[in-house]
Design a protein around this ligand. Structure first.
Ligand SMILES: C[S@@+](CC[C@H](N)C(=O)[O-])C[C@H]1O[C@@H](n2cnc3c(N)ncnc32)[C@H](O)[C@@H]1O
Length: 219
């Protein structure tokens, strides 16, 4: 199964070193590939220009950042959205719980602040940012409503949210393959909107383009 995800000898050695029981393999694989990426293959995938470009473009178009904005990207991976956001003149901060992704994002987005941290406990004071982004992260969150509440807390009043995630109709397809799919959470458009409203966000909208969902809202 390692090879199905393009993983190689380094990853096999990492699995053996982990000492985890065989029953934990699919969880470990989900982390290594996407939920907390690690290893040379993950650095190559998340540092490549074309990774999740569709999501990056949709988010940046929705946020329409400019000088005077301060963006937080949660789950910034290899930092390409941070890099592109900097070109708008905005100040940019990224956060990820994978130390390898934090190091990669720092290399890829010169001028952005990138911190190691968890989406559920954002290490920022209230009203720090004017915009928050998440690209292909929400599906991995154990308590997405709590994370959306954190987004609202760190946003200034009127601040914008743009989140790109994967709809249930793509579960089990190459966009969300097993064993990742059964370890991820998928929401119908109205469920996703309701999640955002329950977290206290306003002006909530969800656009679904062939199973790619863009959630926009304001604090
Ligand atoms: C599938 S990758 C997407 C990376 C990047 N946003 C992109 O679109 O290419 C998911 C990223 O979210 C991060 N992540 C997942 N759960 C997180 C959490 N609870 N707190 C912080 N980062 C998280 C992972 O470490 C990983 O870098």
């Amino acid at each position: 199964m390692l090879r199905d995800f393009g993983l190689g000898d380094e990853d096999e050695a990492a699995w053996e070193r982990s000492g985890l029981p065989a029953a934990a393999f699919e969880d470990w694989l989900t982390d290594r590939v996407a939920r907390r990426p690690a290893g040379a293959r993950a650095r190559a995938v998340y540092g490549a220009d074309d990774v999740h470009e569709f999501a990056r473009r949709a988010i940046l178009e929705a946020l329409a950042l400019g000088p005077g904005d301060w963006l937080l990207e949660i789950g910034c991976g290899g930092g390409l959205l941070l890099r592109d956001a900097l070109a708008s003149g905005a100040a940019v901060t990224g956060l990820d719980h994978s130390d390898e992704m934090v190091r990669l994002a720092r290399e890829r987005s010169d001028g952005a602040e990138v911190v190691l941290g968890d989406a559920a406990e954002l290490p920022f004071p209230d009203a720090s940012f004017t915009a928050v982004a998440m690209s292909i992260v929400l599906m991995f969150l154990a308590d997405p409503e709590a994370v959306l509440r954190e987004c609202r807390r760190v946003l200034r009043r009127g601040g914008r949210v743009a989140i790109y995630t994967t709809a249930p109709e793509l579960c089990g397809t190459p966009a969300a393959p097993e064993p990742l799919a059964s370890r991820s959470r998928f929401y119908a458009d109205d469920e996703l909107a309701e999640l955002a409203r329950r977290s206290g966000l306003i002006d909530v909208a969800v656009v679904n383009d062939s199973g790619g969902q863009l959630l926009t809202a304001r604090a």
